[in-house]
Design a protein around this ligand. Structure first.
Ligand code: NAG
Ligand code: NAG
Length: 193
């Protein structure tokens, strides 16, 4: 009895120790927020709290936070990354843009529609701008050698965000609505109504 209690205690202390080690490595400085008595109320890591803030910003709360975590993980950081989600997200954005412009004008030419699609998914002028405005460069996890402000990194995270929402809700439409909220101004308002 006594020995099993001791084991539980040791395990608890050990896991708190390794959590605080991890935290230290993540933030680059020692954090004293972990205390033995606080085992049930561990503070969120900086990454987890950034994910919380991001959900508030976009007005969407994930049912499965694992999808958002993956969307905010660049391929330089882990094998488990946002590459595939960003393909889906890119398609969600293209579909949503096509729906909007064809809905407004069924006579739109293929050339004009393609131009609209391209405008709304341009790396330098569209998705990196939207992604930076959301602060994704400060959220996305990259390897120490990778610059998280480069447009390609920000864009893959931005696109993956919508891929992740689509998978989380199992509906591409829902992800499209969040896209317009984040991206569109007057267009966004019209779509959300
Ligand atoms: C954190 O860094 C220390 C040494 O710098 C290392 O021993 C430890 O394994 C690292 N912990 C984690 C969780 O990465
Ligand atoms: C990271 O990339 C951004 C955008 O490309 C650039 O402005 C910045 O100087 C880069 N930072 C470093 C440390 O290379």
């Amino acid at each position: 009895m006594a020995s099993s209690r001791f084991t539980v205690f040791t395990l608890a202390v050990f896991s708190i120790f390794s959590l605080s080690q991890k935290r230290r490595n993540e933030t680059g400085k020692i954090s004293f927020t972990m205390q033995v008595g606080a085992a049930n109320k561990l503070k969120l890591s900086p990454f987890e709290s950034a994910l919380d803030t991001l959900q508030n910003q976009i007005g969407y709360a994930f049912k499965n936070i694992g999808y958002l975590r993956r969307a905010m993980t660049h391929s330089s950081f882990s094998e488990e990354n946002n590459k595939a989600l960003s393909i889906l997200g890119s398609n969600v954005i293209d579909t949503s843009v096509s729906m909007y412009y064809l809905g407004k004008d069924a006579e739109i030419s293929s050339k004009d529609l393609n131009r609209r699609i391209a405008d709304n998914s341009k790396v330098e002028t569209s998705c990196a701008v939207d992604g930076m405005r959301l602060g994704l460069h400060k959220v996305v996890r990259v390897s120490p050698k990778t610059n998280s402000t480069t447009p390609s990194v920000v864009c893959s995270a931005f696109r993956a965000l919508f891929g992740a929402i689509a998978i989380d809700t199992k509906k591409a439409d829902d992800a499209g609505i969040v896209f317009w909220k984040v991206h569109g101004r007057e267009v966004g308002k019209a779509m959300v109504m």
